[in-house]
Design a protein around this ligand. Structure first.
Ligand code: ADA
Length: 566
């Protein structure tokens, strides 16, 4: 399953999830591995870092144009169709696709060379405080498309003078060899399992027409009002299906269905507003990692994670430190969970940021994140560059360039970045929301309130005055099952104490717009880079649950606070 709803009624689609052949490159050994999946699941490859090749066969029953879609390959992929390379992609956490025209009826072979190694070529996946797994780790789809097809549809809800508007941007591409005149039609409404929403009365999209050159792309935009809209809110996450159809020479040749919600996000007077009302984001930092399956988390375990967060009273999640599987975002849309999604970069110092691949790899990651996830109403903040070199002039240029890229692509959501460069960060004036990571009571043996006040004063004096502020990380580590009446460090008791001390301070501070616990569940870390030296079991153990989702004592502490936050 790639999404929680059908995206096509006309385009012919097929999921390629299942068992694929796999050959490990270092020793030539052959396997059958599941897709999606991490190769670390196999007992022979528990710690394998290197290359391998996946292979499968597909069949088409007529001459056609194929579109292959990969939701995530960790971390570099080269895709071959009948032995010819069709696309190369870097970054485990963003989807990519490729259109292959002129495919003949019959059987064809898809081969994917995968590399999860570290080195100069990889600026973002480095040895780090989370694990870079190997494999085709998210779903794969294959679609038969017409040569002129819908590349994507972006829907932006707007609200003015009591009326909801929707701006629809449609991107049409032409993989054929002749110029085409086309017409776009569509409707907003429909139903889906979950919250069942239909707009009363007329909801057809205003028609648009255009032309597209061979090998070219045409973008059309329309804006119209909608009556009887139920806005998307955490309490009532109303969603609508937006169905767009493409006709060429009077014949419907393609379609795309997106699921959208009507809500606005803005910042004002130091607060974050959803549909004009101030919100507070209380939630978790969550890595895509699970003791059972690495980063290739199946739907039922994603659902369990969100159920556990809801049980603790959370209303928000930060997808630290990379874009997430779209199935997870679909679930957040349906459940009214507020999402801070961020690009892929954790703790990169200036030397890492000066890697010649850094700028382009970040730019691609941000572009793919926003292009693909634009329509999710649950995403209310775009984040960048967690704990990177924001204290340097060179670093500042990179922060500024990335915020500018986001604003070019999306003006409907605020931006932020989680910093740990306390008192030295020179980038606080750049984002819409200021966020900081603070480990009072764990790394720093300081009084939480006093340290928090120092931080708030510094933020106001360093470019953050008047902006919303979020405590983006706080927490402490505990080994699951380790209890100690003396409440020593690494015991579940001590972790719960530290989280409590922090929550007590943040709950009383009306200047804040959010507090995110580090972290939801324990996650694996790399041993390369020396992380094991400070990370028992080669895991980051600050989870409120362990990697198998067994709750520690802090679970009930968080629940007590989050459920009674007001
Ligand atoms: C940082 C970082 C996290 C994690 C955390 C910790 O703030 O953003 O990825 O490493 O600290 O556990 O120390």
């Amino acid at each position: 399953m790639l999404r929680l709803f059908e995206q096509h009624e006309i385009r012919k689609t097929k999921e390629l999830n299942g068992m694929w052949d796999f050959v490990r490159e270092d020793n030539g050994k052959a396997y059958r591995l599941p897709v999606p999946g991490c190769w670390e699941q196999h007992p022979d490859m528990l710690t394998y870092r290197g290359q391998g090749t996946y292979r499968t066969k597909v069949k088409v029953d007529r001459d056609t144009c194929l579109r292959l879609e990969f939701k995530g390959v960790s971390h570099t992929a080269r895709v071959f169709f009948d032995g010819k390379m069709v696309v190369e992609h870097y970054n485990a956490f963003t989807p990519f696709s490729e259109v292959i025209p002129g495919v003949k009826a019959g059987e064809h072979e898809i081969t994917v060379w995968v590399d999860n190694s570290f080195g100069e070529h990889s600026a973002l996946h480095i040895p780090n405080d989370y694990y870079t797994y190997g494999g085709i780790t998210r779903g794969v789809g294959m679609e038969e498309i017409s040569p002129v097809y819908i590349e994507r549809v972006h829907f932006t809800p707007e609200y003015a003078d009591g009326v909801w508007y929707g701006k629809t941007e449609v991107v049409i591409r032409n993989a054929g060899d002749r110029k085409a005149s086309f017409r776009i039609s569509g409707a907003l409404g429909g139903t889906f399992t979950g919250t069942d929403c239909s707009l009363p009365g007329e909801n057809a999209l205003a028609e648009m027409t255009g032309e597209v050159e061979p090998g070219g792309e045409t973008i059309l935009t329309g804006r119209q009002s909608f009556d009887g809209v139920t806005p998307w809110t955490p309490g009532e996450p109303a969603l609508y299906l937006l169905k767009v159809r493409l006709s060429v020479d009077g014949e419907v040749v393609d379609d795309l269905i997106e699921r959208v919600g009507f809500r606005t996000v803005s910042v004002q007077d130091g607060g974050i507003l959803l549909n004009g009302s101030r919100i507070f984001m209380k939630g978790f930092n969550r890595h895509e990692d699970h003791g059972m399956c690495g980063c290739a988390i199946p739907l039922q375990l994603m659902v369990q994670d969100l159920d556990l967060m809801r049980d603790m009273g959370a209303n928000a999640v930060r997808t630290c430190h990379y874009p997430n599987d779209e199935l997870f975002l679909d679930l957040c849309d349906e459940r009214g969970v507020l999402v801070w999604e961020e690009n892929h970069a954790r703790g990169l110092d200036l030397e890492h940021m000066m890697n010649p691949n850094f700028d382009i790899q970040c730019e691609n990651c941000i572009r793919e994140m926003i292009e693909n996830h634009y329509n999710h109403p649950s995403i209310v903040i775009w984040g960048i560059l967690n704990e990177c070199a924001s204290e340097t002039e060179e670093g500042r240029k990179k922060y500024a360039a990335q915020y500018a890229q986001i604003r070019r692509m999306d003006q409907s959501r605020p931006t932020t970045s989680a910093t740990c460069r306390h008192f030295t960060n020179i980038c606080l004036d750049l984002p819409d929301v200021v966020s900081f990571n603070m480990y009072s009571g764990w790394y720093q043996d300081v009084e939480v309130k006093e340290r928090h006040e120092q931080e708030m004063e510094w933020i106001a004096s360093a470019g953050g005055a008047g902006k919303p502020v979020i405590v983006s990380e706080f927490g402490a580590a505990a080994m699951y099952g380790y209890r100690d009446r003396g409440r020593c460090k690494w015991s579940e008791e001590r972790q719960a104490d530290i989280i409590r001390e922090n929550l007590e301070v943040y709950r009383k501070d009306s200047r804040l717009s959010g507090a995110f616990i580090w972290q939801f569940a324990d996650c694996r870390v790399t041993e390369e880079g020396g992380w094991f030296a400070t990370r028992a079991r080669s895991h980051n153990n600050k989870g409120v649950l362990d990697e198998y989702r067994r709750p520690k004592l802090a679970y009930d502490t968080v629940k007590e606070f989050f459920e009674n936050w007001d």
